[in-house]
Design a protein around this ligand. Sequence first.
Ligand SMILES: Nc1nc2c(ncn2[C@@H]2O[C@H](COP(=O)(O)OP(=O)(O)OP(=O)(O)O)[C@@H](O)[C@H]2O)c(=O)[nH]1
Ligand SMILES: [Mg+2]
Length: 423
Amino acid sequence: MSQGYQTQDDQEKIFLVYVHPDESEDACAEAELEGLVEAAGGLVAGSARQRIKKRLRATYVGSGKVEEIKEAMAETGADSVVFDCELAGVQLKNLEELLEKRVFDRTQLILDIFASRAKTREGQLQVELAQQTYRLPRLMSVYTKFERQRGGIGMRGPGETKLEADRRMVKDRISKLTAEIEHVKKHRDLQRASRRNNPHSTVAIIGYTSAGKSTLMNTITGSELLADAMPFATLDPTTRKVDLEDGFSFFLVDTVGFIRKLPTQLVAAFRATLEETVHADVLLHLIDISSPDWEAQRDAVNETLSELAAQDMPCVSVFNKMDAAPPGLSDQLTREFEDSCAISALHGDGIDEMIQLMRSKLTGKYKMLIALVPYDKTQLVESAYDYGRVIKKDYRGEGIYLEAELAPEMYGKLEAFACARED
Ligand SMILES: Nc1nc2c(ncn2[C@@H]2O[C@H](COP(=O)(O)OP(=O)(O)OP(=O)(O)O)[C@@H](O)[C@H]2O)c(=O)[nH]1
Ligand SMILES: [Mg+2]
């Protein structure tokens, strides 16, 4: 549990309602929702399951089910109820009236976790944008309920004007946030461009939340980022430079965790952050094979990658937590899947092989250059060692003869001096 100071007594008791159309998603979806509730500091009071074939406009689930949920909530002493879906404003309002408890949906739960975790200005802006975007179409229902509860002189009948004013306020706030995020994004683009001028490759660690991304980052770089079993421990992408013993260097980026059906508002708001992923040269997709749901989790990550149009990027599948996985599974998977390896980020096993595989993916992008570089550009020849592999270097009267495999950016800088291969 994240909030160590809370006792069981003051934790909010939350009742969970699962609404999947078929059984195939149950295990993954249910474990995930429980994890999210815990990450938000709540206590699971109980749960109900409804196979939803057709959502009802008024209450999402049928009236019989609403009654059943109400009874179960009374029995378990639940304070509130979360539905594992996205509810419309009118559904939230009706369900709250019928159940006489606070009702929220999966998106609100995730937004709540993000809001309490966001540390940097960028993270906070992104979460607020997602929250305001979620709020806008639901404003009316919030107000009708609010007004009815408070009542009293000066509070009666909000009327269209107040509602409209509130909508306008939220819209203004959304435009302001969007502009600020755009500003942050420009800064980020500049940073990325300056990294490009200094063309080490960028490797992004991606994966389902709690797959072990921050742990891997810590193991490789010796940093001390927060690594925790709770979902969404990492919200802000962190970049570190890694210098290997043989002189090869690259940037490693730790990213926000993905989950099943990441709410669209969050994908939109976190686009700037997630774009860090898209601009990487290679992805390390971490898959926690100690989880029985690893396949569904892997698919969820791939779906989000598609949304970002990043599904065809060079990618290594890294089966993590092999120390805690069923015996034999990691061997079987690495045999079955191309460009894959198995590691234990926690204990450091398999990391060297993973780096080799990652480098081979990078060198696939390298270009062969044969050049005669003038002596006033000696510095460029020296940098070639950092950004690729130098095969031959020879000091000649006319300049430095160079044969090397280079990252595209470095190739670009030396291309002007290309010459024919000597025999
Ligand atoms: N047994 C085992 N546990 C691991 C391994 N790698 C990570 N863990 C544990 O898994 C939990 C989650 O690790 P994190 O590194 O925070 O995961 P993450 O992918 O960064 O998670 P988010 O930032 O929330 O997306 C922690 O409790 C780690 O100690 C591993 O190789 N073996
Ligand atoms: Mg993390």
